[in-house]
Write a protein that binds this ligand. Structure first.
Ligand SMILES: [Zn+2]
Length: 307
């Protein structure tokens, strides 16, 4: 029963995402790891928002090697020169731990395709538009940026160095590009901040995602770190917010995880398809709790890493 549900969920996940294109399911179905998913998310949409929200645009100052940089409206001063392959790798002189934050999605989806992982023949949409609050009408990309900016400040106050993948909604960054920003910066931790959506408005709760131990991509070699990070963030998040704890979903279907070469987790902070949870996710007091919970999870990760 659980297996069957997982299969259904894994298929549904691909198409529920608000920004998901009809081609997404194929991409997933062909994913080498898709069939071996240990478990599916509690609800069908969980995984979708992520890939659906993939991200193709260059954030100002992101330093992506790729140059689809078009001098985006908001930031004509960011020269393509930033997009050099020589972006600082783990800086040996750095004394602080570096946390790279990726607020999921962006104001406009990029439906072009990119490989789901290094060497993969399967393609997925670069970035989807994400989900949207059923009660507030606020888009996921907007809410997660609001929370991420607060999280940046909190992490910096705790002594971390923080690099934002994007600080505005008007960017065009694919999920692969976002992962590469974290790779090139030599992130000690890469956090992808998302919210979920489901056809069932009663579904609520938070989950984190990480690659499987058997991932066909290089990130599989960092499974222990990714799993620990996913556990720490989910435990501390749900403890602080009181949100229902869904699960850590191990999956190799997400481009934004597959392209990583640094410890990564993606958190789905709650369901914007649930009216009550949507209101919470957009409430400043609750956002402060989410920020504390995630930051506590990062602290826990580094505290337990050496154990
Ligand atoms: Zn999302």
């Amino acid at each position: 029963m659980k297996q069957a549900l997982a299969f259904v969920c894994s298929v549904l996940l691909l198409c529920l995402c608000a920004g998901c294109s009809p081609s997404a399911p194929e991409a997933v179905a062909s994913d080498p790891a898709a069939e071996v998913l240990p478990e599916a998310p509690a609800s069908p949409q969980e995984a979708l928002p992520e890939e659906a929200g993939a991200e193709p645009v260059l954030p100002p100052g992101a330093g992506l090697p790729d140059s689809e940089f078009t001098g985006e409206n908001g930031n004509p001063t960011e020269p393509p020169a930033l997009a050099q392959p020589e972006t600082p790798q783990a800086d040996p002189s750095r004394t602080k731990k570096l946390v790279v934050l990726d607020p999921g999605h962006q104001s406009r989806a990029n439906t072009s395709q990119e490989p789901v992982g290094p060497g993969a023949s399967e393609q997925k949409m670069k970035v989807s538009g994400g989900t949207q609050g059923v009660a507030t009408g606020i888009p996921e990309y907007d809410m997660v940026l609001t929370v991420s900016l607060q999280l940046r400040d909190e992490l910096e106050s705790r002594g971390y160095e923080v690099l934002m993948v994007r600080e505005t909604n008007d960017v065009d960054l694919s999920n692969r590009e976002r992962a590469e920003i974290a790779n090139e910066a030599g992130a000690d931790v890469f956090l992808r901040i998302h919210a979920n959506g489901s056809d069932d408005r009663s579904v609520s709760g938070a989950m984190t995602l990480c690659p499987t131990a058997g991932s066909p991509y290089p990130i599989g070699g960092l499974y222990p770190q990714c799993r620990l990070l996913a556990d720490c963030v989910l435990d501390e998040f749900t403890s602080m917010t009181g949100a229902r704890k869904e699960r850590v979903w191990e999956t190799d279907t997400m481009s934004g995880l597959n392209w990583c070469r640094v410890p990564v987790t993606l958190i789905e902070m709650g369901y914007m398809s649930n009216p009550d949870e949507d209101r919470k996710l957009n409430d400043p007091a609750y956002q402060a709790l989410m920020v504390q919970g995630i930051a506590n999870g990062v602290d826990q990760y580094f505290a337990r890493q050496g154990q």
